[in-house]
Ligand binder design. Structure first.
Ligand code: C5P
Length: 223
């Protein structure tokens, strides 16, 4: 088997996806955005009008839908039962509801199963909240990316504008990000936590390129 597993975790909008995708490209590894998967489940549940506290029905839905990815520029395309939902999963109503869905144990079990399956192929860069701690505990490279909440809100704001997504104000974005981190960190199953063997990387004053270079150097050393 060629290639290694690279786990990148951290709070919301720390730049994980952007960096993970570029690292994957550099090593020709598969890239998997696990946050997108929880977002797809949330979108499907909202579209069906499900009560998100109905954990039985939301879990059943998570098992029934087909989540898939396809390469794309500037971002990977995400599909729900064959329908392109790349933009739909970035809406504010998904940001606000995804933590509740991601806290459901059976939903996590199903996503974790699918993520491990994706990682079986060989070299992989996977980003999320629980990759180093739960999904791929044996990954030889584990990065925990952090940045100040203010900087993360600023990045999200710019990103929304570039993607043409209707964006909340900077202050509202920062509040949403902090609230989501709090929910993700305090849930019972696989909370957002730095794995003991993960390397903490504060990206507040680093450019994307600098972060990609640092992680790539670590991957090279580990190969
Ligand atoms: O990474 P992103 O911000 O798109 O993730 C959206 C949400 O999905 C997170 O706030 C979290 O609730 C959930 N998530 C998770 N475990 C992961 C990835 C994402 O619980 N591995």
């Amino acid at each position: 088997k060629k290639g290694i597993q690279v786990a990148i975790d951290g709070p919301a909008s720390a730049g994980k996806s952007t960096v993970a995708k570029l690292v994957a490209k550099r090593f020709q590894y598969v890239y998997c955005d696990t946050g997108a998967m929880y977002r797809v489940v949330t979108l499907a549940a909202l579209n069906q009008g499900l009560d998100l506290t109905d954990t039985v029905r939301v879990s059943r839905l998570a098992q029934a839908i087909k989540i898939s990815f396809a390469p794309g520029e500037p971002e990977q395309r995400v599909f729900l039962d064959g329908q392109d939902v790349t933009t739909a999963i970035r809406q504010g109503r998904i940001d606000q509801n995804v933590s509740a869905v991601a806290a459901i144990p059976a939903v996590r079990e199903e996503m974790t199963r699918q993520q491990r399956q994706i990682a079986e192929e060989g070299g992989i860069v996977m980003d999320g909240r629980d990759i180093g701690s739960t999904v791929l505990p044996n990954a030889p490279v584990k990065i925990f990316m952090v940045a100040s909440a203010h900087e993360r809100a600023r990045r999200r704001y710019v990103e929304n504008q570039e993607k043409g997504i209707a964006t909340a104000s900077l202050e509202e974005l920062q509040r949403e990000i902090e609230l989501r981190d709090q929910k993700d960190s305090s849930r019972k199953v696989s909370p957002l936590v730095q794995a003991p063997d993960a390397l903490r990387l504060d990206t507040t004053s680093l450019t994307i390129e600098e972060v990609v270079d640092r992680i790539s150097a670590i991957v090279k050393k580990t190969l």
